[in-house]
Design a protein around this ligand. Structure first.
Ligand SMILES: *[C@@H]1O[C@H](CO)[C@@H](O)[C@H](O)[C@H]1NC(C)=O
Ligand SMILES: *[C@@H]1O[C@H](CO)[C@@H](O)[C@H](O)[C@H]1NC(C)=O
Ligand SMILES: *[C@@H]1O[C@H](CO)[C@@H](O)[C@H](O)[C@H]1NC(C)=O
Ligand SMILES: *[C@@H]1O[C@H](CO)[C@@H](O)[C@H](O)[C@H]1NC(C)=O
Length: 455
């Protein structure tokens, strides 16, 4: 579907733009033009937007010449996807973005499949080999990397690291249709993305796609939902002994050795009390970079894996938890996001959080108790055969989540992040715990190494 001829890119009539401020006079004209219900919606919308003081507008793509074919807006009031009451609930004022509704919807946005253009690379890599690969479970989405398809796109994805450090119009699509969702995509946490000047991207993106639950599209490193789906296909044995054959105690693969990362003070204390085998750049190099088969085979021989995140940021739970520990059937000892975040995302009873222990030494004692008591140790695998009674939040994987969201959103809804930076970092920069950051953090003089003497 993504192939074939490309229709000319229509430009946008002024009436299609989501007004950021609506004067009374304009409102009056609208009153004449449209029905009373709509007037009410627009006025409420303007109330929202009046509160966005420093709003940057990025509509310099659009001009007024061409009419796009539209569908009857009245039908959308009955659309179950369009909960106008909720959108215009005055008591909930979004701080970082604004939401309003458009009066007309182009025909393309109500066709039964969605086109997603992946505009940038992802860490320099082109994502678009085989398009079906992205979301096989939802064939009603077409993913493409062909930028010429921009006129057909329902969503356009931008990976944060592959956009310019400071917003530049030249790096963005030359035209922008009002129903298109421009999606800001990031898997890293705010400390890692700090070199992007997100203030300069104010007013650019409609949606965010990150690991955080307040994103428009969830792109977590793993989830209870996906984990249980995977388990469904496997044979279950509630009496399986997960300690069997594991001769070693605790293991850690770690390659970002910057000594000011908060995890190192903790780990240095921990290794004084129990044996931890440290592999990777900060320990013994045994597997080449990205050779996960090699590291997984080692990890499986241990009872515990140190899933210590580099940064303590809200909800930032990475492959250190999901791939290295959970998938290898090893109990993760977690350090990073607050325990309540792990409780929401992880399978129940699947992990040991360092915050539950007064000190690394007390944690070490506890791990040694579990080492000797296989009943207790196996409790950490009970979730595999006892899924939670309450529903696990759905996760279809990042690309299918995006596809689903495009189909679920009310076609008239218009949203834009007027303060992406504030949303991402928190109004008081409180999303992450601060870290001492040096410009030359890769300098060996700032590196920490765990060698045989630590064991
Ligand atoms: C929206 O609110 C109005 C008045 O408060 C109510 O009559 C109507 O049923 C509501 N619509 C929906 C979809 O909840
Ligand atoms: C508006 O939001 C408040 C607070 O979240 C909620 O209590 C109230 O029920 C909402 N009203 C409507 C009409 O959805
Ligand atoms: C989303 O995460 C925040 C913490 O970052 C938490 O307080 C909130 O309850 C979560 N919301 C949902 C719906 O899970
Ligand atoms: C996305 O944001 C732009 C810029 O504010 C706006 O013109 C457009 O209508 C928005 N699209 C959607 C689907 O929200």
């Amino acid at each position: 579907m993504a192939g074939g001829t490309i229709p000319p890119i229509p430009t946008v009539p002024a009436s299609e733009r989501c007004p950021l401020r609506i004067t009374f006079q304009q409102g009056f004209q609208l009153f004449i033009a449209v029905n009373l219900v709509f007037l009410l919606l627009v006025l409420l919308c303007s109330l929202f937007l009046e509160t966005q003081v420093e709003t940057v507008r990025r509509d310099d793509y659009q001009n007024n010449d061409v009419q796009i074919p539209t569908v009857d807006i009245d039908s959308l009031y009955a659309d179950p996807r369009c909960d106008f009451n909720r959108t215009f609930n005055i008591s909930v004022k979004p701080k970082f973005y604004s939401v309003c509704h458009s009066r007309s919807v182009p025909r393309t946005s109500v066709r039964d499949y969605k086109v997603i253009v992946i505009w940038t690379r992802w860490w320099g890599v082109r994502l678009w080999g085989v398009q079906d690969h992205y979301c096989p479970s939802m064939p009603e989405c077409v993913f493409t990397g062909e930028r010429e398809q921009i006129g057909n796109a329902d969503a356009v994805v931008f990976h944060y690291h592959d956009t310019p450090k400071v917003y530049s119009k030249l790096a963005m699509p030359p035209t922008r249709l009002p129903h298109q969702h421009w999606v800001w995509f990031a898997m890293e946490c705010p400390i890692v993305t700090r070199l992007r000047d997100l203030v300069s991207y104010s007013g650019v993106f409609n949606w965010t796609m990150t690991y955080r639950n307040d994103s428009d599209v969830l792109t977590a490193y793993g989830s209870a939902s996906l984990t249980y789906k995977m388990l469904k296909e496997m044979k279950k044995d509630p009496h399986k002994d997960y300690a069997l054959g594991k001769k070693q105690l605790a293991v850690w693969f770690v390659s970002n050795c910057y000594k000011y990362l908060p995890r190192f003070a903790y780990a240095q204390e921990l290794v004084k009390h129990i044996r931890v085998d440290v592999f990777g750049q900060c320990g013994e190099v045994v597997c080449s970079k990205k050779d996960f088969e090699c590291s997984n085979n080692i990890i499986k021989q241990y009872k515990f894996y140190l899933s210590f995140e580099s940064y303590k940021c809200r909800e930032y739970i990475t492959e250190k938890f999901w791939r290295n520990a959970i998938q290898n059937k090893v109990v993760p000892v977690v350090f990073g996001a607050p325990k309540t975040d792990y409780e929401r995302y992880a399978p129940p009873g699947s992990f040991i959080h360092v915050d539950d222990f007064e000190s690394p030494e007390v944690l070490a004692d506890y791990l040694m108790i579990l080492d000797k008591d296989k009943e207790k140790y196996n409790q950490y695998f009970r979730w595999r055969t006892h899924p939670p009674k309450s529903a696990v939040p759905e996760d279809y994987g990042r690309w299918c989540n995006l596809c689903q969201r495009l189909h679920q959103v009310c076609p008239t809804e218009r949203k834009v992040y007027t303060d992406l930076d504030g949303w991402w970092k928190g109004k008081d920069n409180d999303v992450c715990e601060p870290v001492v950051l040096k410009d030359n953090s890769k300098d060996p003089m700032y590196a920490i190494y765990f060698d045989e003497n630590n064991k």
